[in-house]
Write a protein of this length. Structure first.
Lengths: 308, 396
């Protein structure tokens, strides 16, 4: 019995930690989705770019991956701004048969980034062997005679904590600052925002930058617990996409809840069904969300009247 | 005028491309290898090793007086790309014998094509059992099949660890699946209970849920078949969860290369792994090759390197004995191969359902003080094995 409880709790811990990180990836995509009404399919590749920045800072300058947040986030912000200004905005203005050819553009950007990374950095797997990689806290260290043993990885917890802090900072930014409010206004009703004097063009550029900075942060937080190779983007774009759908397109709170749900769901499937089932589970959630909850978690929140 | 200039330039350029180089005293081989993509690391090791062998062979006068030249074709680790490369080699370049490729799935695709086209193909590293179980006449394999990877490990388990239960985790690829299946068969044969047998998708982020399940089952041995980054994540997570099994064992591949220790650091200590070869093994030429490789590329080669290095010698040996350099004569010469290489003895045999398969002893290595040491069989050992291993909480 104790063993079963331990198994369940340990899985739950793993799921929540993973979910927190997933949420950070998802928020970036959802923010861009809300304002621009497009899915940014280069999301995972942007994360890969940030991870390479953190990796080289670690390898060449011995800068801790967590500290490289302060380099990678601004770098990705300006990179995103440039992408939006010089690549996506011009395409927005062009009339074409496809109504959303910016989405296709993001796919192209993603491919170019992945291939450039292969050319410059080779396709080798890389990791940052930090000293605290396998450090963990144990329940029995704090409570000698605990009937069960639980462990909490140091780097996973730190990554999770940073993700939470960044998310809270984002929430303050979106609710308390003028720029943040303008972003939300643009997401809710573009025409009304225009009429109220919001510079929608600028807001779009800023939002894309912020979305990129967020996924860049996620990259830095993933590096110490995972590893890095040029084609890693696709897998995380997919995760962000599932979270965005699950959370309700464009809803930040929805994305957080969606991310945590996905993290816990994946961990639970791994423990109780088998790890090979995790990708299947991910798509089951995706399809189920589309069929039974088209508005995502956000629509539930709206019904209960505590979301926006 | 300008147009004529362009045309003339083009004609000149094309003629440059098609002018036959003095080909009579050079024999050219193209080798498909994954030079990009997720298996690129192994492709690179093999490429380096082929080049060392090439240099040695050419320095000693080549094959039957002809200089050898090698070209490498990037298969990206994708079977369909491998297949199209092989088609080009057979149909366009008329290469009479094929060798190379890294992964099981690519080698399998290549083998099917080569046999259909009646062109001999020497499998160098692809380990999944069924490549040489299809009664192919033209396919030869110098590396032991997956089923035999574990034979050295099994004798170590039987004689030293004597486990009663085992948990098996494996990557959901050809290599992982067949490695796990074989371990299940071996375990059943020796009365070891398989408590958990779970596969995972390559690139998984978090192994803790599945490992918690393994911990709850408390097996004596955890056996894992993984490539390198998954291998180090698995060991890191095992350390985090403090799973105290009697032994952590890896089925070659990712566990057997230095990057595993670099990346998993102290979590890699005491892990044992099956391997086909190690730089300190007592085969003639093995040490020399390893030292030469280290001098040129700053690192010891993994067994993949030794396989590739020896493969070129196997081809050389067959070509020297072949009556003519046609596919069928080369096949007949290959069948009669019986030689010693840096990788070990090579002799193609038909037995136990295999055709043209090389059978040899496999080794066991253990990570001791952040180094891979050969510990089993004891006649080839470079260090005494450490068993029992300390519990996680007692390690510093």
């Amino acid at each position: 019995m104790a063993i079963q409880v331990e198994l369940f709790l340990q899985t739950l811990i793993a799921g929540i930690l993973l979910g927190g990180l997933y949420a950070l990836i998802g928020i970036g995509m959802t923010l861009i989705m809300g304002v621009m009404k497009i899915i940014n399919l280069a999301h995972g590749e942007l994360m890969m770019v940030a991870m390479y920045i953190a990796y080289w800072l670690f390898t060449l300058l011995h800068l801790d991956p967590y500290l490289s947040l302060f380099v990678a986030m601004p770098a990705l912000f300006f990179f995103g701004v440039a992408l939006q200004k010089y690549l996506i905005n011009p395409v927005l203005k062009v009339d074409s048969i496809l109504p959303e050819n910016q989405v296709i553009l993001t796919v192209g950007i993603g491919m170019v980034l992945a291939n450039l990374a292969t050319i410059f950095f080779t396709s080798n797997y890389r990791s940052t062997p930090v000293d605290y990689a396998t450090k963990a806290f144990y329940l029995t260290d704090f409570w000698k005679n605990a009937p069960i043993e639980l462990s909490l990885s140091f780097s996973w917890s730190l990554s999770f904590l940073m993700a939470v802090i960044i998310t809270i900072a984002l929430w303050f930014f979106l609710t308390r600052t003028d720029t943040g409010k303008s972003i939300r206004a643009t997401a809710q009703d573009l025409d009304a925002a225009l009429l109220m004097g919001v510079n929608v063009g600028k807001i779009r550029v800023a939002t894309f930058g912020i979305g990129c900075a967020l996924v860049g942060a996620a990259g830095c937080l993933f590096l110490p617990i995972y590893y890095l190779f040029p084609s890693l983007g696709g897998q995380f774009t997919l995760i962000a996409f599932v979270i965005t759908i699950l959370g309700g397109l464009g809803s930040t709170v929805g994305a957080i809840i969606g991310g945590v749900i996905l993290g816990i769901f994946e961990s639970m499937t791994a423990t109780y069904l088998g790890m090979g089932w995790a990708p299947v589970g991910r798509f089951l959630i995706f399809v189920a969300a589309l069929v039974f909850l088209p508005g995502g978690v956000a629509s539930l929140l709206r019904k209960k009247k505590f979301g926006k | 005028m300008k147009k004529i200039g362009i045309v003339a330039g083009l004609v000149f350029f094309v003629s440059l491309l098609t002018t036959p180089l003095p080909a009579q005293d050079v024999v050219r081989f193209s080798i498909p290898l994954p030079l990009t993509g997720s298996n690129a690391k192994f492709g690179e090791i093999e490429k380096n090793a082929y080049e060392i062998a090439l240099e040695e062979i050419n320095a000693k006068g080549g094959i039957k007086g002809k200089k050898v030249a090698l070209e490498f074709e990037d298969s990206q680790g994708k079977p369909e790309v491998t297949r199209s490369i092989a088609e080009k080699l057979i149909d366009v370049k008329k290469q009479p014998v094929l060798f190379g490729e890294y992964s099981s799935s690519c080698s399998k695709a290549l083998a099917a094509l080569a046999d259909e086209r009646k062109t001999p193909y020497l499998v160098v590293t692809g380990a999944t059992d069924d490549i040489t179980q299809q009664n192919y006449k033209y396919i030869f394999r110098m590396n032991p099949s997956n089923a035999y990877y574990a034979s050295g490990m099994m004798s170590f388990l039987k004689e030293v660890v004597k486990p009663t239960s085992i948990a098996i985790l494996y990557e959901s690829s050809d290599f992982g699946t067949s490695g796990a299946e074989d371990m299940v068969k071996q375990a059943e044969k020796f009365g070891i209970k398989v408590l958990v047998k779970e596969k995972y998708e390559k690139g998984a982020v978090d192994f803790k849920p599945i490992l918690s399940k393994v911990k709850a089952a408390a097996p004596d041995v955890i056996y894992m078949v993984s490539y390198v980054m998954d291998a180090s994540l698995l060991m890191k997570h095992i350390k985090e969860l403090r799973i105290d099994s009697k032994l952590f064992a890896g089925g070659a591949a990712g566990f057997a290369i230095p990057e595993f220790v670099e990346s998993a650091k102290d979590a890699a200590e005491y892990v044992v792994t099956a391997t086909l070869w190690s730089p300190q093994v007592a085969y003639s030429g093995a040490k020399e090759f390893a030292e030469k490789y280290k001098k040129m590329y700053k690192d010891y080669p993994s067994y993949h390197g030794a396989e590739a290095y020896s493969a070129l010698y196997v081809i050389k040996d067959a070509l020297e004995r072949a009556k003519s350099w046609t596919a069928d004569d080369i096949r007949i010469a290959m069948e009669a191969t019986n030689m010693m290489t840096a990788f070990g003895p090579i002799k193609f045999e038909d037995k136990e359902g295999y055709t043209n398969q090389n059978f040899m002893d496999t080794l066991v290595m253990q990570v001791i003080k952040a180094n891979h040491e050969t510990i089993w069989p004891q006649k080839y050992a470079s260090a005494k094995y450490i068993y029992p291993i300390p519990r996680w909480r007692d390690r510093k």
